[in-house]
Design a protein around this ligand. Structure first.
Ligand SMILES: C[S@@+](CC[C@H](N)C(=O)[O-])C[C@H]1O[C@@H](n2cnc3c(N)ncnc32)[C@H](O)[C@@H]1O
Length: 204
């Protein structure tokens, strides 16, 4: 039996292997993941909407994939959304949705090509953890926010296994460099019995 992309992604750790998986998965990613009841985009977008009054402020959807997270952000009222991803094929699918102002391709482990403060909020929905970006992306994104900027991200059960993941978040919140506004566990891929915690952090 052919191994499912979803299982290959969760097993992969090397950034180039991960990129290659998403390049091949782009055409069928949405049908595969919606078949498992993918719930995190709506949960994340609704959380951000509760804490952000200005829905026209620019938002970056980091790891936008084919745009499911952008669709949820738009449905929650946000109007100015850029998308970024390491996979050109995923970005091509996202472009078909005509919901993003700009789409940019980024390189894993390289400096992110935009200035700190460009975005009032950055989202990383279904992006940090095994099968996608390392926790170092959390740190890189925090550095791209200025005071009051918000980072909305999810960590699924697989990501929680690595104790360094929560440690990186505490490095920001314990010293007061950032404030945890919300964290809520709930369904991620219910078809696979997988949960995720959705976090919203504000930079001080
Ligand atoms: C599970 S998908 C989530 C896509 C979208 N946010 C959603 O909710 O459907 C993970 C995405 O992260 C992207 N990705 C992997 N490593 C990344 C990195 N270092 N920086 C940005 N995006 C990355 C992948 O190409 C893929 O599109």
């Amino acid at each position: 039996m052919t191994e499912r992309y979803i299982d290959r992604a969760y097993a992969a750790r090397d950034p180039e292997e991960i990129r290659e998986i998403y390049e091949g998965w782009a055409a069928t990613y949405e049908s595969d993941i919606t078949a498992q009841g993918y719930a995190t985009p709506e949960r994340g977008a609704e959380t951000l909407a509760q804490f952000m009054a200005d829905k026209d402020a620019p938002i970056l959807d980091m790891g936008c994939g084919t745009g499911l997270s952008g669709v949820a952000l738009k449905a929650a009222g946000f109007t100015t959304i850029d998308g970024a991803d390491t996979s050109a094929a995923m970005l091509q699918e996202a472009g078909k949705k005509s919901i993003y102002r700009n789409l940019l391709q980024v390189e894993p482990d390289e400096d992110l090509p935009f200035r700190a403060g460009n975005y009032a909020a950055i989202t990383a929905i279904g992006v940090i953890g095994p099968g996608a970006a390392p926790i170092s992306l959390f740190d890189a994104l925090m550095h791209k926010l200025t005071k009051g900027g918000k980072l909305l991200f999810s960590l699924n059960d697989h990501a929680m296994v690595d104790s360094g993941t929560l440690g990186m978040i505490h490095e920001w919140t314990d010293c007061g460099a950032a404030l945890l506004l919300s964290s809520e566990d709930g369904p991620h891929l219910p078809g696979m019995d997988l949960n995720a915690t959705v976090y919203l952090i504000e930079k001080n």
